[in-house]
Design a protein around this ligand. Structure first.
Ligand SMILES: [Cu+2]
Length: 354
């Protein structure tokens, strides 16, 4: 994936130097000329990207026996850009939105270590929708900054499920970015595909309109009214598009499976691929129910993950959108899968001979 370097912009609006932009302000000493920046970065870590790489997905499960899968999740409070020149104080798992995908097999035991580093300012936790147990583990994993917790649970049922922060201000923490997918594969696994992509939608409630430059503070009253300024895929405006970090890419004839989660906290996504169709939809993320075929738009409600496959018979960009289109046109919600290959005029001919 191409990565836009946003350091210049961040420096231009006084939100950190190169040392902090590497995402490790506490480990990298600023230069002598960076004293102002040092002062500004003592309370917040600034990063140049929160958008999760949509191809950063654990490999499909290739086992016939259960095992214990150890994973660490780390709460990271970071300042980053929603779009060029607009910054926000995000809360994340591992510095990315959505948080890292956790992938296990039905019957596996998940052995989680949850870290809340001391440079954070708030307690955090994890609520897994993939487990039986109080709060999905939220109480067991609630820790203040500087502490960590362990949680062990058996993934007894298959499906794609959200995990999210569930402290008392859970709407704020989810809106700020704390959600992801845990995928529990059925015992027999999933059908082979050429590509898998990982996309998450959520909305930001800020004290300014989308596009207004400068730092956007969280706006609890706007959240109370459920009027977000931004609705985003992977945490940034148009992150997974040619204008952002670059689109997802396939070749014509390939197959792809999309794992999609709506963090919310409040808006339902009407998830649609423009110029394509969900060939097989695993409704509400159920991997053991019958799939639905050739679905144009599927609701993905807050607190739900879904899974869907696609074909790419012709070249061109497929825009993944929430078909509540004001969110696309004015609030930043879109991702693109770019298909390259031979034109197929028998399937799609934009310039037919007269
Ligand atoms: Cu949290």
């Amino acid at each position: 994936m191409p990565r836009t370097n946003r350091r210049t912009v961040l420096q231009g609006i006084g939100l950190g130097g190169a040392a902090s932009l590497a995402g490790c302000a506490s480990e990298t000493a600023p230069s002598a000329t960076d004293t102002t920046m040092q002062q500004q970065t003592t309370t917040k870590t600034t990063t140049d990207r929160v958008a999760a790489d949509p191809t950063d997905i654990p490999d499909p499960i290739d086992r016939s026996e259960p095992k214990t899968v150890s994973r660490t999740l780390r709460a990271e409070e970071v300042t980053a850009e929603i779009e060029d020149g607009v910054t926000f104080d995000y809360m994340t798992y591992d510095g990315q939105i959505p948080g890292p995908m956790i992938r296990v097999r039905r019957g596996d035991t998940v052995d989680l270590t949850f870290e809340n580093p001391e440079e954070n300012t708030m307690p955090h936790n994890v609520d897994f929708h993939a487990c039986y147990g109080p709060g999905g583990g939220a109480d067991a994993t609630t820790v203040p900054p500087g502490e960590s917790a362990r949680l062990r649970f058996k993934a007894t049922y298959p499906g794609a499920f959200i995990y999210h922060c569930a402290v008392p201000n859970m709407d704020t923490h989810i809106s700020a970015g704390m959600f992801g997918i845990i995928l529990v594969e059925p015992e027999d696994g999933l059908p082979a595909v050429d590509h898998e992509f990982y996309v998450g939608q959520h909305e930001l409630y800020t004290d300014k309109r989308a596009g207004e430059s400068g730092h956007h503070a969280f706006d609890t009253e706007a959240m109370r009214r459920e009027e977000p300024s931004y609705v985003l895929m992977n945490g940034e405006k148009y992150a997974l598009t040619p204008d952002g970090r670059g689109p997802m890419t396939v070749e014509t004839g390939d197959t792809a499976r999309v794992y999609f989660v709506t963090g919310g906290p409040n808006l339902t996504s009407s998830f649609h691929p423009i110029g394509n169709v969900w060939k097989e939809l695993y409704p509400k993320g159920s991997l053991t129910s019958r799939t639905q075929k050739y679905i144009e738009t599927t609701p993905v409600r807050p607190g739900t993950a879904t899974v869907a496959t696609m074909d790419f018979p012709v070249p061109g960009g497929v825009k993944l959108v929430d078909h509540s289109l004001t969110r696309v046109a004015r609030k930043g919600c879109m991702a693109v899968i770019a298909a390259e290959g031979e034109e197929k005029p028998d399937v799609f001919d934009p310039e037919p001979d007269q």
